[in-house]
Every structure is written in C-alpha cells, then in structure tokens.
Write a protein that binds this ligand. Structure first.
Ligand code: NAD
Length: 386
C-alpha cells in the first residue's frame, strides 16, 4: 500500500497534509511506502530531510509521488486540467482514496470529475460535528488556529497596546477588543485577546454562545429575542435569521463598535455568503488607528469594506485585514493539526488485517464525507443536485 502526499499548488496555500510525525504513524499502520513530493512541507517548516528521517520516500515530482498510490492526502483539491502548472487529477490512479478539503459542494463539476477518475474522494470539511468525529475535525482545528492568529495579527497592526501599560511617562489604556461570532475561531480569539490583556466583549446569535463567551471572561453584547433563542440548527450551526433580527442586532452593534479598538469578525452561516455585520457607517464611526480583522474573508467577509485577500486602510485610517486562508498564516501548527486529523480518520477506518482503509457505507462520519465511490456520486447533497 502506497500513500502519496503532494506539494500544495493552489495560490496562497502554505500548509501540507502530512508531517514527519504523522508519516511515522502512517508507516506504523502498515503502509509500506509514504511518498512525499519534494518541497511539500517547506512552506510550513518541514523540510524533505525531516520526512526522510521519518521514513518517507521523497519523490521528485507529483507524477512520481502518485505512481502506484492507493491513498492521497491533500490540504486543498488537486489541480485539474487548466487550473495550474500540473494536472494533478490526471496523475491519480483509479480507486485511490483521496482525503482533503475538496470544497466540492461549492464547485460544480469537481465531484463529477472525481467520479469519472474513479476516485473514492472524501471532502473532509463535510465531517459531521459530532463528538466521535472531534479529533478528525479539520474545520475546528483550523478555525481554532485562525482565531489565535487573527488576534496576533490584529494586535501587531494596532499601533497602541492590548494590556493597560502603566509607565513612568503615563498610562496607556487597555484595548477594547470585540469578537463577532463565538464559534471555534471566535472563542479562541476571545481567549487570545484576554491573554494579551485586552478588554474583551463578544457577540453571537446562538443562545449557547452567550454562556461560552462569559465563561472565557468576556462580556456579552447582543440583541436577543424569540427568534435568536431558536437560532441554532440541530447540527449546532447558526441559522439564517430574518432581516428584522439583523437590523436589531446591527443597532446594538453600531453603538458598541464605535468604542472598539480591535474588532475580530468570524461569523459564518453554513452554505451561504458570510453575513455583513460591520457596515460602512460602522467602520466610519470607529477611531482612526482601529483595526478590523475579518476571518470570514474567504466567505465574502463580515465587514462591508473587506477586500478579500488584502489588508487595506480606509480613508480615515481604519485598518481592515481581510487576508485569505488564515490557518495558512500559521502553517506549521495548522499543518500539524490538519495532518493529525487525517491520520485519525485513517486510523479510525483502518482494516488492521488487510492493512488498508475500509470505509463502511453506513457509518455516519463516512456518509458525511464521501463524495464519490465506484465511479458514482454518492454524497446525499450531490445526488440531490445531480
Ligand atoms: P461557524 O464557523 O459556522 O460560525 C462562526 C460563528 O458565527 C458561530 O458561532 C455562529 O453562531 C456565528 N454567527 C453566525 N451568524 C452570526 C451573526 N449574525 N452574528 C453573530 N454571530 C453569528 O461556527 P463553528 O465555529 O464551526 O461552530 C459551529 C457550531 O458547531 C458550534 O455550536 C460549535 O460548538 C459546534 N461544534 C461542534 C463540534 C463537535 O461536537 N465535534 C466541533 C466544532 C464545533
């Protein structure tokens, strides 16, 4: 059994899907060859030599890594014809188990291409958010680091300080930090901003989030009504709410945000564009030198002025950091956790006797992630669309 790890070629992708630590464990499972494409880990701090020491075979290019492979680990979807310098998809042997953040639901045609290529493709971002799946949950591991990194970058861009600084020359007050959206990324952002000494408040629409915000020592700011008390889906995600609710929420936020120094936005509604929570008028109400860090930028952004992929300064001096791929900005740790998530998935669905993966069709986790099998589209959300 040969497993391949490719260099990520999509623009701005700095992570890698296996680390020397997980390579060792993959070999421990009985995988005979772990082939790592040369340079795959370089951008996240894992050189070829470290993979070699862990027992990997270093392949000179994608074709060499993939020849004879039965499993392929990726961070992002493999490049297809016309998407970049290498048509990775055409190099993957039929029947290969492909694990990655494949984003197939939002990219029509991608899953069909996997079916045509005869792959068993798993879109790991579709993993159900259930307790048993927690240790394989790539969304959580990556969001957690994104929340941390966003605060670190927000603090660096803020030209005062986070803690109250008492010096012989006078006192610098603590920064007011406001976190919008208190899911995995937001809760880590709150904790990080508190550790740095900021005065932290936060908002969310899900009722459960209020207690979580308070338990981290931040104050809750928000509008609540009957609608918001039922704002959580069975899967734990926020629901899309009415225009009336969002208007009321915006009123509360508008008065609060004018007094904030650093605003970190993380709000997402599954399957939709990120909600606009910070309007142009709200940005205009903030003091010059304030910073908005928009972690939701890849989903369109929570701030009306965010330019996805860029850091900008507004005409009156508010900085808006709208970088793409926040986990990729802390690539060493993000790769380490992502690689462990994939390893846990493989270990969970590993047939020890056959020394091969076995993904039972009836398993809730497997049903959640498998897009294609035996040349067919099998994911419920894809078969509905087809
Ligand atoms: P997410 O990334 O989908 O969204 C981030 C946050 O934005 C959420 O807390 C959401 O409620 C909030 N939000 C949406 N609209 C908003 C608005 N208008 N104003 C303010 N906030 C808004 O969320 P996530 O971090 O993926 O977490 C989603 C849920 O899944 C949470 O309940 C979390 O506890 C749960 N979860 C469970 C597991 C598990 O059991 N395995 C793992 C991770 C997360």
């Amino acid at each position: 059994m040969r497993l391949a790890v490719l260099k990520e070629r999509r623009a701005g992708e700095t992570r890698v899907a296996a680390t020397p630590e997980t390579v060792k464990k993959l070999i421990g499972l009985g995988i005979t060859v772990v082939a790592v494409e040369s340079g795959a880990g370089l951008a996240s701090g894992y050189p070829d030599a470290a993979y070699g020491e862990a027992g990997a075979e270093i392949a000179p290019d994608a074709a060499a890594a993939l020849a004879g492979a039965a499993i392929l680990l990726k961070v992002r979807a493999p490049l297809a014809a016309g998407e970049g310098e290498v048509d990775e998809l055409s190099l993957i042997p039929r029947d290969t188990l492909l694990l990655g953040t494949l984003e197939a639901l939002g990219n029509p045609g991608r899953a069909k291409a996997y079916a045509d290529a005869g792959l068993q493709a798993c879109s790991m971002e579709l993993l159900p958010r259930i307790t048993r799946a927690q240790s394989m949950d790539i969304l959580s591991s990556q969001a957690n680091l994104a929340g941390y990194r966003a605060v670190i970058e927000g603090a660096a861009a803020f030209d005062k300080g986070f803690p109250m600084l008492m010096t012989a020359a006078g006192t610098i007050p603590a920064a007011n930090v406001f976190v919008m959206g208190a899911g995995v990324a937001g809760l880590q952002a709150i904790a990080t901003a508190r550790r740095l000494g900021g005065r932290v408040s936060a908002t969310d629409v899900r009722p459960a989030a209020k207690e979580e915000i308070k338990s981290l020592g931040a104050s809750f700011v928000g509008y609540e009504d009957e609608e918001s008390r039922a704002a959580q889906t069975a899967g734990g995600y926020a629901k899309q709410l009415s225009a009336e609710f969002y208007a009321k929420q915006a009123e509360v936020v508008a008065t609060h945000i004018a007094k904030q120094d650093v605003v970190v936005t993380t709000a997402l509604v599954q399957g939709r564009k990120a909600p606009t929570l910070v309007t142009e008028a709200m940005v205009a109400s903030m003091k010059p030198g304030s910073v908005i860090v928009d972690i939701a930028s890849d989903a369109g952004g929570n701030c009306a002025l965010t330019v996805p992929g860029q850091a900008i300064v507004t005409g009156h001096g508010v900085k808006i950091l709208g970088y793409s791929n926040w986990p990729g900005r802390i690539a060493g740790a993000a790769s380490a956790l992502y690689a462990r998530n994939l390893l846990t998935f493989l270990t969970t669905f590993w047939d020890k006797d056959a020394k091969a993966p076995r993904l039972p069709e009836e398993d809730e986790i497997v049903r959640g992630v498998v897009l294609t099998r035996g040349g067919a589209l099998v994911h419920p959300q894809l078969s509905q669309a087809a």
